[in-house]
Design a protein around this ligand. Structure first.
Ligand code: ATP
Length: 299
């Protein structure tokens, strides 16, 4: 019997507003996700037992045991539908690991969709989204793609209107940043301060709907950026190199350390990419467009 292959995009955060730590340690967020054209491919085939393999440049950092989010997704679906989680999950990884681009979450959403198809389990879209939310705050968005506002821990999603294509340059860093460590640094840097309720920016939503890159560039924000820069100060050089080359805006994606640069068009993106490569302030540089579709089965 053949396998099921699912392609799933990375994300950048256009707005990441972080509220005060809640009693459970999580933070309420206003999180505007945008799926970008950088993908992992997850293939699930029947096997004697659950097994994970991975190919790609960051493979050595990907856990090949049951802590992998793709394995956890298969186990969660199998338990819900009374199946044996007997599958080989192969991840062809192009999304940087620990890059603030939700690579692990993407693989979780992709594995869930692939297993649902392979097993004919019949989970509805709503059930799949519920399982995604149990796996992690960023997982539901990987299933949905496009652009969406996440509230709560970021997992309650509202789809957003997006009027056209945006051009991005993504610069990955020489090392990763741990999301929990960045939130701890946020808590340390903001200790004793009054932190307002996170609220989505209307200006940002309008810019997205109108596909206006200049207006979008003026409206993006990331409350985790100071914490990411505090833990990884060299990232400031990457951001500066992209700005100097004409990027409309330069920001850290999510908890970092990937730096994202918005440009007006493809020509601008190629100029920024070339300058970033020449700056030697980052590991890899990619140009891409957004929005990208969410996880989908490939022929
Ligand atoms: P986010 O943007 O959602 O905060 P991230 O993109 O910064 O996440 P991930 O690439 O998801 O980070 O990896 C974070 C950690 O999760 C890794 O260091 C790794 O130990 C673990 N992990 C579990 N499953 C996976 C997976 N399928 N791919 C990559 N990392 C995984």
């Amino acid at each position: 019997m053949g396998g099921v292959r699912v392609r799933v995009p990375a994300k950048v955060n256009l707005q990441l507003s972080v509220g005060a730590a809640r009693p459970d340690g999580f933070h309420d967020l206003a999180n505007v996700f945008l799926a970008v054209g950088l993908y992992d491919e997850v293939t699930v085939t029947p096997a004697d037992e659950l097994r994970i393999t991975c190919e790609g440049p960051d493979t050595d950092q990907v856990p090949l045991n049951h802590t992998n989010l793709a394995a956890r997704a298969a186990l969660a679906l199998a338990e819900r539908y009374g199946r044996e989680p007997a599958v080989h999950i192969h991840i062809a990884k192009d999304i940087p690991v620990a890059g603030g681009m939700a690579g692990g979450s993407a693989d979780g959403a992709a594995a869930l969709l692939a297993c649902n198809t392979l097993w004919n389990a019949g989970a509805s879209r709503v059930e799949l989204l519920g399982l995604c939310a149990e796996l992690g705050s960023d997982v539901p968005f990987s299933l949905v793609g496009g652009a969406a506002l996440g509230t709560g821990r970021g997992e309650r999603l509202t789809a957003l209107e997006i009027g056209g294509t945006f051009h991005w340059v993504l610069a990955t860093a020489v090392r990763g940043l741990s999301t929990p460590a960045v939130f701890r640094e946020f808590d340390r840097l903001t200790a004793g301060r009054d932190i307002p309720e996170p609220v989505v920016s209307r200006t940002l939503l309008d810019a997205l709907a109108k596909a206006d890159p200049d207006a979008l560039a003026a409206a993006v924000s990331n409350d985790l950026q100071p914490a990411a820069l505090s833990l990884f100060p060299e990232l400031a050089h990457t951001l500066e190199a992209g700005r100097a080359a004409g990027a409309l805006t330069a920001l850290i994606s999510g908890s970092g350390p990937t730096a994202a640069f918005l440009t007006r068009d493809l020509k601008g993106a190629l100029t920024v990419a070339e300058a970033l490569r020449a700056s030697k302030t980052c590991r890899t540089v990619r140009t891409t467009t957004a929005p990208a579709p969410g996880a989908q089965a490939m022929a």
